[in-house]
Design a protein around this ligand. Structure first.
Ligand SMILES: [Zn+2]
Length: 318
């Protein structure tokens, strides 16, 4: 088959001849603008599709880059998030530690109050206690309230508070030790009037009750009925409970801190050597055994082995 274009410049059509080998020639007339328009149309379609492809490709690249940037950012954020979570956990445990220390200090304060016999004026309802627990930084810490603008600042202040609390705790423990020691000393010191009665002879030189001249009286004589209860003037350990010719039936107590006390002329002794006695515990009954002119207690206080005036040791003499 052969096709022949017959172009006529004057004519507004072109003829398309189709010449088959066997049959008759056929002719198709086409307006001249159609091929031109077709070419233009194809060119335009090519241009537009080229432009669109380029745009698509550029957008794809931008999106790809954007995606990789964002995924990188996400990873960074995840790492930061993990880190912050750890830091929060850390701060939380630090707060718990501080709270524990505050509780310890509260307990220590209670111990001190108990030791010195103070009423618990800060007795709180459980609600109050909760409130005070939650208002942790308001406990007179080093300006904690309102100034922890940054995390590290807050962290350093918590650390500072924590070390302050450690110090307070140590000081309180040491105070408790001091108070306990002082109380132990006060309990041991033979400063309790050991019996009731009339003071018939004081500490110092006096007229000899058994004869002529003067003698040094190294104790305090308190006279009352035979059988009147005699109490330990301070806590301690009984180091003598027996008889001799001048003291009669007598008891000696060692109180520590250099103090000893002696209770003479008893009718009956109620303790034995080695007994631990409390201050005020009844140890004997008044009598007139030994070198005595009548029922009375001869009460002696010795400090580092030397007799001292009991009146100067006893509290609340009346
Ligand atoms: Zn005496």
């Amino acid at each position: 088959m052969k096709t022949v274009h017959i172009k006529n410049k004057k004519a507004k059509t072109v003829s398309l001849l189709i010449i088959p080998h066997s049959k008759e020639i056929s002719q198709i007339n086409i307006a001249t603008w159609i091929p031109k328009f077709s070419i233009c149309l194809i060119m335009m379609v090519l241009l537009v599709s080229g432009y669109l492809s380029f745009n698509l490709y550029t957008s794809y690249n931008i999106l790809k880059q954007d995606y990789s940037e964002k995924s990188h950012k996400l990873e960074t954020l995840e790492v930061a998030n993990q880190q912050q979570r750890l830091e929060i956990e850390n701060l939380r445990s630090m707060s718990a530690e501080v709270q524990e220390k505050l509780d310890t200090i509260d307990d220590l304060q209670e111990i001190v109050k108990g030791l010195v016999g103070l009423e618990d004026t800060s007795e709180k309802t459980s609600k109050d206690k909760e409130q005070s627990s939650s208002s942790l930084p308001s406990r007179g810490g080093p300006g904690l309230r309102g100034n922890y603008s940054t995390k590290s600042n807050f962290e350093s202040q918590i650390k500072e508070l924590s070390s302050l609390l450690d110090k307070s705790s140590e000081e309180l423990s040491s105070l408790i030790n001091d108070v306990e020691a002082k109380l132990k000393y006060l309990d041991a010191k033979p400063n309790l009037m050991p019996t009731t009665g009339k003071i018939t002879s004081g500490f110092g030189y006096r007229k000899n009750p058994f004869g002529r001249g003067r003698e040094f009286h190294n104790g305090l004589d308190i006279a009352n009925n035979s059988g009147t209860k005699i109490k330990a003037a301070g806590s301690g350990v009984v180091t003598f409970a027996g008889y001799n010719s001048s003291y009669g039936r007598y008891v000696m107590i060692s109180h520590g801190y250099g103090y000893q006390s002696v209770y003479g002329h008893n009718r009956k002794i109620l303790v034995k050597v080695g007994d631990k006695v409390e201050k005020g515990q009844i140890i004997s009954e008044m009598g007139s055994s030994g070198r005595s002119t009548g029922p009375h207690l001869h009460f002696e206080v010795r400090l580092n082995g030397n007799p001292v005036d009991p009146v100067k040791v006893i509290d609340n003499m009346d």
